[in-house]
Ligand binder design. Structure first.
Ligand code: KG4
Ligand code: ZN
Length: 382
């Protein structure tokens, strides 16, 4: 990277008002004003309340971001803002503030896809750390797992992205949240599922592995949610939903959600050219798992895996991916590195990941005109 830009980034894509400042890959501040207390009572995000809270939280968050980074407006090279995907009324607030600030402070404006932020979040470094070895390793596979998205993204370089597979219905985090809600765990339920699962038996309830007969890298979580609902209703009717059963259900649904992701990830790594047409057959997977195998396995072109999104905070998911990569290395001799964001705060929605993603846009002079930004709630990364 040439000049390291100092970027002030804004993300209001869903229910967190976040403002951050980065210099190069270094995060100088990352303020997140959470709205969990507001949306808790609805069990999900209430768009008009999110919009109102973003408006109220914006200026205090901006002041804190500048203060914590020890920067003033004259140090800022550009303003970056998320323009999609997300909730339209929420995106709108961040975009309006960014437009007005860019005009008032005479700053360049960069618009960022929220998913690019999650995908590149493992590039972020804590203050004082400059060397980023990941920047030399391409192609990478970004696995973005959040409350709104579950995607496998091939990244050949910065800005060169191709979606290899994605959920066709619910996101993984959404599935965990909904099942957690059925179990009355609290909001958002993903982290609580992880906690309860530690005390539970993941083998007690057998949830089906989705889409094993589909030879592509898409995912589906709505069937798991329905299977969990049926199971929970039956247990409630029999008055058998005690504390241990709740923990066992949390462990079992977490196991099933991650098994589905890992199943597709493993096939992706054993797919020769990463296209659905080279999806490994059952016979090939059996051959790979056979320790007496004679044939050499063709290795994946992928050099590194980046894990991002709210669910990336889950330590059990990280452990499962590490184990898969260890087995992969045993089978093929190829080491694929694995990077997660350096802090859990960088997994869930935050503006530091937007600032980090904005770096290469700044270098490429991908600037937007402040008068011409439109929110794009259904934006796709491609
Ligand atoms: O990235 P994020 O903050 O928002 C979206 O862009 O969706 O992700 C939020 C999601 C929620 O579904 C939340 O339950 C889940 O991430 N989550 C977790 C954990 N921490 C957050 N899921 C499982 N285990 C966790 N530790
Ligand atoms: Zn997100």
């Amino acid at each position: 990277m040439t000049k390291q830009a100092t970027i002030l980034a804004i993300d209001t894509s869903c229910d967190d008002t976040s403002i951050a400042i980065s210099r190069g890959w270094e995060v100088l501040s990352n303020i997140v004003a959470s709205q969990n207390q507001i949306h808790k009572q609805f069990g999900g995000v209430f768009p008009s309340k999110a919009k109102q809270a973003h408006r109220e939280n914006f200026m205090p968050a901006l002041k804190s971001a500048l203060r914590q980074a020890q920067k003033s407006w004259q140090d800022i090279d550009a303003i970056a803002v998320t323009y999609g995907p997300g909730l339209a009324p929420a995106l709108e607030v961040g975009i309006r503030f960014a437009q007005n600030l860019a005009k008032e402070k005479k700053k360049k404006l960069i618009i960022i896809n929220h998913i690019e932020g999650h995908a590149l979040s493992p590039l972020a470094l804590p203050q004082g750390r400059m060397a980023n070895f990941s920047i030399q390793k391409w192609p990478k596979l970004a696995l973005v797992v959040s409350g709104g998205h579950t995607e496998f993204i091939l990244m050949k370089g910065l800005g060169e992205y191709q979606i290899l597979g994605r959920t066709i219905d619910d996101a993984a985090g959404e599935c965990l949240d909904k099942v957690g809600r059925m179990l009355n765990l609290g909001y958002p339920a993903g982290p609580l599922i992880e906690e309860f699962a530690k005390k539970g038996n993941p083998q007690r309830f057998n949830f089906p592995l989705p889409m094993t007969d589909k030879h592509h890298f898409d995912l589906s979580f709505s069937g798991l949610k329905t299977a969990a609902r049926i199971q929970i209703q039956a247990l409630e009717e029999e008055e058998k939903l005690d504390a241990q059963t709740t923990a066992d259900l949390a462990a079992s649904i977490q196991e099933a959600v991650f098994a589905h992701i890992l199943y597709k990830l493993e096939r992706l790594l054993y797919s020769e050219d990463l296209s659905a047409s080279s999806y490994p057959s059952r016979e090939k997977m059996k051959e790979i798992q056979n320790p007496q195998r004679k044939e050499k396995i063709k290795v994946s072109p992928i050099e590194e895996i980046f894990l991002g999104g709210g669910v990336a905070a889950n330590l059990y998911l990280r452990k499962k991916i590490r184990q898969l990569l260890k087995d992969y290395q045993k089978n093929t001799g190829k080491e694929i590195s694995f990077v997660v964001p350096y802090r859990k705060k960088l997994c869930s929605d935050n503006a530091a990941m937007i600032a980090v993603a904005a770096q290469w846009h700044y270098q490429n002079k991908n600037f937007a005109s402040p008068d011409k930004i439109e929110r794009s709630p259904q934006l796709v990364l491609e």
